[in-house]
Each structure stands twice: as C-alpha cells, then as structure tokens.
Design a protein around this ligand. Sequence first.
Ligand SMILES: Cc1ncc(COP(=O)(O)O)c(C=O)c1O
Length: 347
Amino acid sequence: MKFNASFRKGFASDNWSGVSPEVMMALQQINQGHHPAYGENDPLLEQAQQLFNVVFGPESHTFFVYNGTGANVLSVQQLLRSWEAVVTPHSAHLNEDEAGAPEKFTGGKLLTVHVENGKIRPEDVSPFLNSIGFQHHVQPRLISISQATELGTLYTTEEIRTLAEFAHANGMYLHMDGARLANAAVAMNCSFRELTTDLGVDVLSFGGTKNGLMFGEAVVFLNKALAEGFAYNRKQGMQLASKMRFITAQFIAYLENDLWKRNASNANNMAALLAKKLSTLSGIKLSRPVEANGVFVILPAALIPKLQQEYFFHVWDESTNEVRLMCSFDTTTDDVEGFVWAARQLL
Ligand SMILES: Cc1ncc(COP(=O)(O)O)c(C=O)c1O
C-alpha cells in the first residue's frame, strides 16, 4: 500500500500530529480476537473507568466518546433544559467551532461574552443573572470554560474555584472543556484532580486527541449525581462507540506511566521555545501570553502566505494579522528552529 499524502510538519494544530507510539502499540495489542461491543460487561472499560476514578476521585463517573465536540455538546445537553442557557466566552470552541451543535442538540442558547485572553470571570456572568425567574428570558444554567483556553491561556486554580462557587451560589453548574487539560496540568504543575474535582467543576470534557491519541475523549462527571441517564443521552447523541475497546485501550496507555505528562510537557516546552525565538525577530510580535502549547503572534501581512508554504499554520484574526502556532507532543527543536529560520529569511 502506498499513501500519497505527506505533509511537512507544521504548527497548524495539535491534532495535525499523529499518534503516540505507546498508544499505537495499545491499539495493536487490543486488536486481537473478539471483544464485547459497546463496553458492555467489558473488563477493559472497567479498568479504564477505575483509572479515571483514581485520577479524578472515587465520586467521578466517566463515559467515553469519539470526539471533543461530542463531549462538549453531550455535557451541556445533560445539564440544560431547552429554556436554559450556557454562559461562555465568545472564543469558546463550544461557540465558535461546533457549527451550532450545542444549540441544535440542547435547544438551549449560548450567551457569549467577549473577554480578554479567553477567560470569563464572575462579573462577566453577573449581568445574565437578572434574567433568573423572568419568564421571557432564557435561564442561565451553566458556565462553560476551557482549560487551557482557545487563546493559549490558563485559568488559575483560584479563578476556577471562584467561578465554581459563583455558579453554585446562583443555581448554576460549571463545565470545563479540557481538550487541552493535560497542557494546563503540566504548565501549572497540578494533577487533573487538583484542576477539576478539588475546585468544584461539575462536568469535564477530557481530551486525548490533541495530546497523542488517535481519537477519543471522555465526559467525566465529577459530581456523580449529574450522570444519571447519560448512557442514553450518549447513545441518542451518536457518540456510543461500538468498538469501545479502541478508545478505552488508548486512555489506559495515556494515563498509565504518565504518557499524558510527557507529551504535554514536550508540547508546552516547544511553545515556550518558539515564543522565545520568535520574539527576537524584529517585525514579529507576541500577541498573547504563552502559557500552554499555543503561540499567538502578529506577523507582517506579506510574510504569512510565504511562511505558510513552508510550515502551515492558521490565521487567527485576519484584521490584525494574528496567527496561531500550535505545538504538539511530537514537535522538535529542529521544527522550531526551522520555522524561525524560515521566518528570518523571509522577513
Ligand atoms: C478547546 C477545544 N475544545 C474541543 C475541541 C474538540 O474538537 P473535535 O470535535 O474536533 O474533537 C477542540 C478542537 O479543536 C478544541 O480546540
């Protein structure tokens, strides 16, 4: 077999990279013989769920799904009635990159806020509280944050705790989109539990694809009571994998032996190096704090298409020539140096 599709490694996104060798090995190992479908009476599912209970605490309940959009939409759907709403930053994946799926599948509404560096604060949510009890308005029910954010920034533990307390004090829940939670945990030197359960997060979309898995995410209810009926919700939402073992085996490989940590550390370190080297070039300006594995820079307009031909990346904001450079578990110092060299030559 010959595949005619080879791309030069670039900085487009952390899901342009392939699969960690350890994860590929797990997939191969589990690809033997037959195995129960849908995770039913499946010891492997039990093993994975137990591992998640160790990581997030015994009161958590985990369900595996195919992708991050599915994890987000189903999390929201589980907690929202059609007259209720999610308050979230405008830049949230939930709002900008899910093609209206949250609205379609929940019937609810997204109330978005334009916030600095992708981070929402209680005072951004407060104005929506005036609607509570007013029958003409949607009822705010959920706050959704991303950790790390879509803009490469991080909420501090105190900021998350404050948001959770604020949500609960006002009859709301806190959802976290953790597509890049591993990058956040490594950067903050925290465990997953210290960033979620211990701070009062109610439900988490836990990512794997952006940090070395082939596919697979998890919905983790940190408050078990909220998980009731979720199995049916997942099936209706078309996210129940029949060959479940190929998701659970990946997560076991990911969480055992700290593969997640090694992968995320590399991605974060490469982002820091890239930011450091780019900031020495005149004409290139870092546009946001580099706190995880994303680097945002303003480039001269003429440079963008030329540099994209060498190493592909996405333009984040056409109006300001801001571009996003994402580092992956497999980004190397050679990749970073090659990119910076190319930028220098083209400038
Ligand atoms: C913050 C965030 N959440 C969720 C997702 C999930 O995406 P997907 O449905 O492509 O797995 C992504 C992917 O780009 C993301 O960046």
